[in-house]
Design a protein around this ligand. Sequence first.
Ligand SMILES: Cc1cc2nc3c(=O)[nH]c(=O)nc-3n(C[C@H](O)[C@H](O)[C@H](O)COP(=O)(O)OP(=O)(O)OC[C@H]3O[C@@H](n4cnc5c(N)ncnc54)[C@H](O)[C@@H]3O)c2cc1C
Length: 518
Amino acid sequence: MTARYDLAIVGSGFSGALLGMIARRLGLSVVMIEKGRHPRVVIGESSTPLTNLMLEEISDRYDLPSVRPLSKWGTWQRAHPEIGCGLKRGFTFYHHDLENPRHRSPERSEQLLVAASPHDEISDTHWFRADFDHFLVQQAQKLGVEYLEETAVTGFSESSEGVTVDGTRHGCAVSISAKFLVDASGPRGFLHCALGLSELELPGFPATQALYSHFEGVGKLQDLYPMPDGESPYPVDDAAVHHVFDGGWIWMLQFNNGVTSAGVAATDAFAEKYRFGGGTDAWRHILSRIPALESQFASARAVRPFTRIPRLAFRSGQIAGSRWALLPSAAGFVDPLLSIGFPLTLLGVSRLAEIFAKCWDSPRFEASLRDYAAQTEADLLATARLIGALYANMSNFSVFVSLTLLYFAAVSYSEAARRLGKPHLAPSFLLRDHPDFGPACRCLLEQARQPLTGEESRVFSEEILQVIEPFNVADLGNPARRNWYPVDPEDLLRSASKLDATESEVMALLQRCGFQLQ
Ligand SMILES: Cc1cc2nc3c(=O)[nH]c(=O)nc-3n(C[C@H](O)[C@H](O)[C@H](O)COP(=O)(O)OP(=O)(O)OC[C@H]3O[C@@H](n4cnc5c(N)ncnc54)[C@H](O)[C@@H]3O)c2cc1C
């Protein structure tokens, strides 16, 4: 089989499918090549407010009405109850000392609950990727994307006309030519191998591994760490639940189809100590050091074999050429902590979409791609600085909490600015380019990589509060909250001036977004 297209996309996860749909809306002919077949299980499931805002923006800008309902729990449940989904009202963290297992619920100082939405209707979600990605691929096909699954492509060549990929499908040779190729095949994916691209270090980031599976029969944390009714900012299980300890952390995401996604990401030293190579045994060993988790998993069963990723972080030595580009998810990865993979990937989808819309066939195309590569790399490095500092403080939870406030302040400010139609206030991911926030944040993250004494930790946390203050639209760090942060519209209203907005603009925004105001 030989065919020619404007755009070839390798990989049919949500990013490849979305970009394919957008490219069709822009009038390009598109082929999407997948080595596996849908529905297939992949990991990376938890969304965030910024992720969902970007999904909304993409679906509105490129007229993709089938995508929009997936940006919130309520609309998703009404439009597509058949697509597995988890309710994510916020980020739940508990701190543990595995050397001294504790049978009672952690103190408030060992907890962090950050709500992301005020009620279920407009809540974030966990995407059950087998269903979610399958649905998007079907939508892409409906828009005219040519989809070739079970296709193994290995060869890649470039000419003045474009690119050609060669491979086999069901035993037959396949040769596909396109003007441009986007690699959406994930870390160490298609072009990494075909072009022999180098792999670079993520400066300051430790070597980490992961071990994970999907489970059935997992209990509820609420039954083990009971929260007084209505007191916590949201039901603790309706969240991305993080259990943090020296050297690593465990994630737990519960879906509405009875499946729970759970796994551990940790440094090499931790992985060696707990023998990650042993799969189930390693998992059981770690759970035995956290009694509540052990009880939660007492009747659970893994529904698929454990997967071990021996090297989690990745950074490609090159992100774009003149006729190809890696999506951010193929260009690099840091860690699942704080669910940053989706927003970075969607940022890349939006940036490439804009280049296709404005510069396709124009002399500016190559320069835009160079800019795309630079932005993608800068986002990745900013993420690695943040998560690296968090890893360095997994045994110093008060500093860990303060560091997360840098993230929560930057993303909640960015979301509010974009929703107010003022994206210029927050043009870069994690405000990394902001003239005040960017350098100050970088300096703090550098400092946090060294061990801090008790007094140094206190001073450090104070400094973080000062840095986030001009961007803090969620009352983060208020000691009266004692590490529990609900979504309170009053906080945003009080912060209107930080967003160059009036109270009535903020009020209108809250109403548009589905807040139930008094
Ligand atoms: C353990 C872990 C947990 C994570 N948790 C989160 C999270 O909670 N939240 C979050 O935001 N991010 C998370 N991430 C990141 C997230 O997984 C990625 O951002 C996301 O999966 C990227 O989606 P994608 O569609 O670009 O690529 P993928 O989901 O990686 O899909 C790539 C597709 O390409 C196909 N493919 C691969 N190689 C080839 C080839 N050579 N030829 C053809 N097809 C190919 C694959 O079969 C697959 O279908 C996590 C990552 C890991 C490793």
